[in-house]
Design a protein around this ligand. Structure first.
Ligand code: AMP
Ligand code: MG
Length: 457
């Protein structure tokens, strides 16, 4: 069972119960050609749902003015709470979002000299001189509010009837920053549907309307993401088979990823709806126990990091099949220098012996991919870097090198804490990269579970 193909809650479909809906329009030939993966859609879809807004449409449109205008008009006609446009705000000929919004909304484009100054200053701060082509970036539709720059492409938003039309740059990190800093607060404080309709030109007042946050109203939706590791989708389906996964009051969807399976509960944002979600969440926690590593929020690297920090413990890694991915995951977290000391990528047996002190006889007897070697690698790097804890990975990532006894995907993960070393054996499926990434997450998860036990003891 996946989250795709599930029906939206009744309110979002009929409009009668007026569930808040949102739409996305992506511009860019590069997206249609397959040169660029549309990661903005993943990001925006998730963020909208977190705001209680159900995304009903996402359309990718060529860099073509007529196509863009048509897409915006069709979307406006469905009267969503928000239309997010991504891309087409750059300085080149194919950047047409400003023109398209102006035409679809029937508002002229206006030049903002202060915006041009801000763009110029951005270039200057990095030692560049702004070119003439950037001039057009300082024009936005009349009545629209400029979103403060994150890169050099300004975004903007404008209320059109009940709909907030938002234009954001295509560059993913610029889009995210603008979303978090500006768009999300405006949407959180959006006026109730009745109050908003007919309020053309209410652009700047959106945040100051004083109305209660719509996210708490009965028509809003709520979502919980329960993150698990070490349990498959089919097992989850089996464990909760007595539950109606399509219950419009509280649907359950799953999303399988290399960092585990996430159960996505979706229901109503009303007090009663939230109680229902709480009850299901509690039941899931009761059944899955320590297989649940979090609800919403943080990933395995952050969680393992917090646990190390709270306990004032340091960690090191000895990586074979993950080739540095585990160290990368740990250092993805800002502030990880407080607990992560370093690692050894011991890919070759000689390095396992020379640097980590894995005995030659052990490698000869059991092989590099073995419980014994994983254990010796973890203890070796712990002693080398004088840490409290250490993790190790050794496995057969493939596509070659598998045997009947040691198939492709076989991975041993070692973890040593306070003088006690444990090793877990798994057979990961997927191709080379999936095996390696899964192995890195499995190591983080083993560390997390070992640290949990250390507290209980
Ligand atoms: P644009 O704002 O249209 O000039 O886009 C700037 C760059 O952002 C493009 O060259 C792409 O590399 C990237 N980009 C645009 N749209 C997306 C998207 N939906 N998802 C991920 N990257 C994107
Ligand atoms: Mg573009």
């Amino acid at each position: 069972v996946t989250d795709q193909g599930k029906r939206p809650p009744a309110g979002a479909r009929t409009g009668a119960v007026s569930g808040a809906t949102g739409e996305m329009i992506f511009s860019g030939d590069e997206l249609l050609r397959g040169d660029t993966l549309n990661t903005n859609q993943c990001y925006l879809g998730e963020r909208l749902l977190d705001l209680g807004i159900f995304a009903t449409h996402a359309l990718t449109v060529a860099d073509d003015l007529d196509a863009m205008v048509q897409a915006i008009r069709a979307s406006l006609a469905r009267r969503p709470v928000v239309i997010v446009l991504s891309g087409g705000l750059g300085p080149t000929e194919d950047d047409l979002t400003r023109e398209a919004v102006a035409e679809a909304l029937g508002r002229p484009l206006e030049h903002h000299e202060d915006l041009l100054d801000a763009i110029r200053a951005r270039f200057a701060s990095r030692g560049y001189v702004m070119g003439d082509s950037n001039r057009k970036q300082a024009t936005i539709p009349r009545g629209a509010t400029v979103i403060p720059l994150t890169g050099t492409a300004p975004g903007f938003f404008v209320w059109h009837g009940p709909t907030l039309v938002v234009a954001l740059p295509g560059v993913p990190w610029e889009l995210k920053q603008m979303w978090q800093a500006t768009v999300e607060p405006v949407l959180r404080d959006r006026p109730e549907p009745e109050a908003a309709s007919g309020s053309h030109g209410a652009s700047a007042s959106a945040g100051a309307s004083g109305s209660a946050g719509a996210s708490n109203s009965d028509s809003s939706q709520a979502v919980r993401r329960i993150r698990t590791f070490g349990i498959g989708e089919s097992t989850l389906a089996e464990l909760f088979k007595d539950y109606d996964w399509h219950d419009p009051e509280a649907t359950i969807g799953t999303r399988a990823h290399l960092d585990g399976v996430t159960l996505i509960l979706r229901g109503r944002g009303s007090a009663e709806g939230l109680r229902k979600l709480d009850a299901i969440q509690q039941r899931v926690l009761d059944v899955l126990g320590d297989k649940v590593y979090g609800v919403d929020g943080e990933g395995l690297s952050e969680i393992a990091g917090h646990m190390l920090r709270e306990r004032s413990l340091t960690v090191a890694v000895a990586e074979s099949c993950t080739g540095g991915m585990l160290g990368k995951c740990l250092t993805d977290v800002p502030g990880s220098s407080a607990y992560f000391m370093g690692g050894v990528t011991a890919y070759d047996n000689q390095v396992k012996m020379d640097v980590l002190g894995v005995p030659a006889g052990m490698l000869a007897q059991y092989g590099a991919v073995s419980e014994e070697t994983a254990s010796a690698m973890a203890e070796g790097v712990r002693d080398l870097l004088r840490t409290d804890c250490a993790l190790s990975t050794t496995g057969i990532a493939g596509p070659d090198g598998g045997t009947p006894e040691k198939p492709v995907g076989l991975v041993y993960i070692g973890c040593t804490i306070g003088g006690v070393t444990t090793v877990e054996r798994s057979i990961m499926y997927g191709q080379r990269d999936q095996v390696r990434e899964r192995a890195a997450y499995a190591a983080l998860d083993l560390l997390r579970r070992r640290l949990l036990q250390a507290v209980e003891e």
